[in-house]
Design a protein around this ligand. Structure first.
Ligand code: HEM
Length: 465
């Protein structure tokens, strides 16, 4: 039965049958930024569905806060569920409370310093594998780095075979294409659909093997998987609740969710940060001073991070300009109000951290790279300025569970790489934005020039800030 949709402005430029799918595939960010001119909630049509795009901060915050009404849904999550089942990222509100309670301990701070050590080892391994003047495909190297970190912290095993890395990327790219395509097109035996299904099956098999292996023997390894497998929530805090544990199938979905969710997001954030630093040598110079002063040429530890405020500011500004999760959908579970608009049950909505981050009322001169937006007035290493319009990790109860993990991973990589190298774009190449499930830099090949650690006095450091 067709939904009774409220009368809301529709975005211009819809094609017959395809609606706005072409605009979303060809020039998604520009298209998105054109929407607020038509209203606070704007109707678009993509993948055969009407989607109401929320173009306002207060309405986005309401949608994130009321997660029982604006639940995970729409084609984005249907496609994601084909891969990660009903893991934490995709599961509906009813299942989410239990899953989040069970998974949260895997991200506790006491485990983070061990993870940070793995991150520093992998970042050093990556940075020291580069050679003076030999071009580096930055996004590819960062994806290897974050996947190695994910695999080691999740499974306590070493590198996955390289073809599994390709499988993760095939699956992610396929998810976006399938989300915007009609279902019948996704079922055709095209080479693209076959490639996607084979990658998905191989990835599933590889992870199932690792989990079964670990369930069969206690390795004593302290990693995310052991933490998930050991999770026994006896429900004592909620006397009416039955004991909670993950089923084997749920463990599988969580592992795949964390592997896929954690790898590309953080990798592209680091890649964008390196691109932005090369475009802003003044900031890069200050960053070199900071890492040299704090690290004195050694790999970073978790305890160093509060002493690297500029590194954190560069990453915040990178996440503001290029939030990997740029377009996220929800579906209403019952008739409701969003602001003053009445919506029937089953309405598909989308919100966009990218759109909010590029609104001049929240971030003046929004396209400008300016890490100083995040600086504390006294240059202290206090947590970065809160800004409720900063949503790279979403918000409310569905906020990213890996936010601290991902930021730690990105900070450690950025500090390690800039300790070793100055990176410049290869002459004649210019990266462009590749927007699919996440926003990635395409064609980002950089030229490394070795740096030697140069001790500087603390007064020099202060004067440079
Ligand atoms: C820079 C790095 C990252 C960014 C920008 C990012 C972004 C996001 C965003 C925007 C969401 C909310 C999605 C929504 O509301 O629909 C999310 C959720 C999630 N992320 Fe991340 N993420 C990052 C790193 C990670 C890492 C490292 C992991 C795992 C190790 C991870 C696992 C998850 C999971 C499981 C969820 C679902 C949380 C829930 O619904 O309770 N993410 N992430």
């Amino acid at each position: 039965m067709a939904l009774q949709q409220p009368t809301l402005a529709a975005a211009p430029g819809a094609w017959p049958l395809l609606g706005h799918t072409t605009a979303l595939l060809r020039r998604p960010l520009e298209f998105l930024e054109s929407l607020p001119a038509h209203g606070k909630i704007v109707r678009i049509r993509a993948g055969g569905t009407d989607i109401l795009v929320v173009c306002d901060l207060a309405l986005t915050q309401q949608l994130l806060r009321e997660d029982h009404i604006f639940d995970k849904g729409g084609k984005q999550f249907e496609r994601a569920r084909e891969i990660v089942g009903n893991g934490l990222f995709t599961c509906p509100h009813d299942a989410h409370i239990k899953q989040r309670r069970l998974l949260q301990p895997a991200f506790r701070r006491s485990l983070l310093s061990g993870y940070a050590q793995t991150m520093a080892e992998e970042a050093t391994r990556t940075a020291t594998s580069w050679q003076e003047g030999k071009p580096v495909d930055i996004p590819a190297h960062m994806q290897i780095y974050t996947t190695q970190v994910a695999v080691r912290t999740l499974f306590g095993t070493d590198s996955p075979p390289p073809e599994r890395l390709d499988d993760i990327h095939t699956v992610l790219a396929g998810m976006f294409r399938r989300m915007l395509s009609p279902t019948w097109l996704n079922q055709l035996p095209t080479p693209g659909n076959r490639h996607y299904s084979q990658a998905r099956t191989r990835l599933h098999d590889a992870i199932a093997r690792i989990i079964t292996d670990r369930q069969d023997r206690d390795t004593g390894i302290q990693d995310l998987l052991s933490s998930i497998l050991a999770t026994q929530d006896d429900g004592s805090a909620h006397h009416s609740a039955p004991p909670l544990t993950f089923t084997t199938e749920e463990v599988f979905d969580q592992v795949l969710t964390l592997l896929i969710g954690g790898a590309d997001t953080a990798a592209n954030t680091i890649a964008w940060a390196l691109h932005l630093l090369a475009e802003h040598p003044d900031v890069e110079d200050r960053l070199h001073t900071e890492v040299d002063h704090v690290l004195q040429g050694r790999p970073p530890t978790l305890d160093d991070l509060p002493n690297l405020p500029l590194t954190g500011q560069v990453l915040s500004e990178t996440l503001r300009l290029y939030p990997p999760g740029w377009f996220l959908t929800r579906q209403t579970t019952k008739p409701c109000q969003l602001g003053s608009t009445s919506l029937p049950a089953g309405t598909v909505l989308a919100f966009s951290p990218y759109l909010i981050h590029h609104m001049p009322e929240h971030f003046p001169q929004p396209h400008r790279f300016d890490p100083n937006r995040w600086a504390q007035p006294n240059n202290s290493a206090a947590p970065q300025s809160p800004n409720s319009a900063f949503l790279p990790f979403g918000g409310g109860r569905r906020k990213c569970i890996g936010d601290i993990f991902g930021l730690t991973e990105a900070t450690i990589a950025l500090a390690t790489i800039t300790t070793h190298w100055t990176l410049r774009h290869m002459p004649g190449t210019h990266p462009h934005t590749n927007v699919r499930f996440i926003i990635a830099p395409h064609n980002l090949h950089m030229h490394p020039t070795g740096r030697r650690f140069e001790p500087k006095t603390s007064s020099h450091l202060v004067s440079l800030r």
